[in-house]
Design a protein around this ligand. Structure first.
Ligand code: MTE
Length: 335
């Protein structure tokens, strides 16, 4: 048995993910034959260029302060402390343990970073993400985040609406879906080099949304959290946030966005189609085949024993804004 010493702010995975869900997602990985090793700014700028070194104390990548509009009034939600948001992660390109991404991703080169937008658009293009951060009016969005593994957080993201961003490229009438792709760079991402580290996922990690979901004002491209640029483990420099869907839709470190006519594949659906759907709307009435989705463990402030079990809300609490997107759809079938 591997005994690890925990740093402050670090939580044992089994203390958060319901033990059942955590073991079960791992058993899926085990079933794939991978179990053995698993045991083992400027005035116009949104980014304030105040820091020049590449690393902060204790080996953590530098995060630059952002200029953004605060959310007012802030929603009445208890925030998950920053150290927990940045030390309990899923980013399989850097390993499958919740603490692996923070440990293994710090040297990811996030600057410069080019994002390509192509497909069914009249004006395809490439964007420098750091310029984009400077030229865009950034805003804070405090959202609930519900992982399919039945744990949840509340995170103050900084970003901008995906829909407004996509409009710049003039989507055509054939753009029915939006496909996203994470960086593919096995030299930097050990999980892409080794099935054992990367959980057997077929890389690059891909995700997708229906066009109306992508255009919904709640859907965010995030470039920061807690007022600073994203740390690598949370998907620097740019990631997707769709608050009414399970966390796996929130694809990290995006290099490509393609507007397409047909429903694109998404990584977790590809890996286990019976367990993870395309839509992945948070739904307490539809259990995962191997665990209940009725409740979740909220990772909030306080010590290890403060992880609180709470009821999971339909559409993660955003039903009023998004339920109409799914009128006349059987959400048991389209999970
Ligand atoms: N994006 C990539 N490229 N690789 C991943 O492994 N994991 C997903 C999602 N985005 C993942 C990813 C899952 S399962 C979750 S729950 C969220 O990222 C976790 O985001 P967080 O670590 O910022 O909480």
């Amino acid at each position: 048995m591997l005994i690890k010493t925990k740093k402050s702010g670090e939580l044992a995975e089994s203390e958060i993910t319901s033990e059942n869900a955590y073991l079960s997602r791992r058993s899926l990985i085990k079933g794939l034959g991978l179990g053995g090793l698993l045991a083992a700014g400027t005035a116009r700028a949104g980014v304030l260029d105040l820091l020049s070194s590449e690393e902060e104390g204790d080996g953590q990548a530098v995060r630059k302060p952002l200029q953004y509009r605060k959310q007012t009034p802030a929603p009445p939600l208890t925030l998950t402390p920053e150290t927990k948001v940045t030390n309990h992660n899923n980013f399989y390109e850097f390993g499958t343990d919740k603490t692996d991404p923070a440990k293994n991703s710090q040297s990811l080169r996030v600057e410069p970073w080019t994002l390509t937008v192509e497909g069914e658009v009249e004006r395809p293009g490439k964007v420098d993400v750091w310029e984009l951060m400077s030229d865009t009016n950034l805003e804070e969005r405090i959202y609930r985040m519900r992982c399919v593994e039945a744990w949840s957080m509340v995170i103050p993201w900084v970003g901008f609406e995906l829909g407004k961003f996509l409009q710049r490229f003039a989507p055509t009438s054939r753009a029915k879906y939006v496909a996203f792709e994470t960086l593919y760079d096995p030299e930097q991402m050990p999980g892409q080099k080794s099935r054992y580290i990367g959980g057997g996922i077929h890389y690059p990690y891909v995700e997708g949304l229906r066009i109306d979901e992508a255009m919904h004002p709640l859907t965010l491209l995030s470039v920061g959290l807690y007022g600073k640029t994203l740390p690598p483990q949370n998907g620097a420099p740019i990631r997707l946030v769709v608050p009414w869907k399970y966390g796996f839709k929130g694809i990290k470190s995006i290099v490509k966005i393609k507007l397409v006519e047909k429903m694109p594949v998404n990584t977790w659906h590809q890996l286990a189609p019976r367990e993870y759907g395309f839509y992945a709307n948070v739904n307490p009435a539809v259990d995962h085949p191997r665990w209940s989705q009725a409740t979740e463990r909220f990772i909030g402030p306080g010590g290890l024993f403060s992880v609180k079990r709470q009821e999971t809300l339909p559409f993660n609490g955003y039903g009023e804004q998004v339920a109409s997107l799914y009128n006349n759809m059987d959400l048991r079938k389209h999970f």
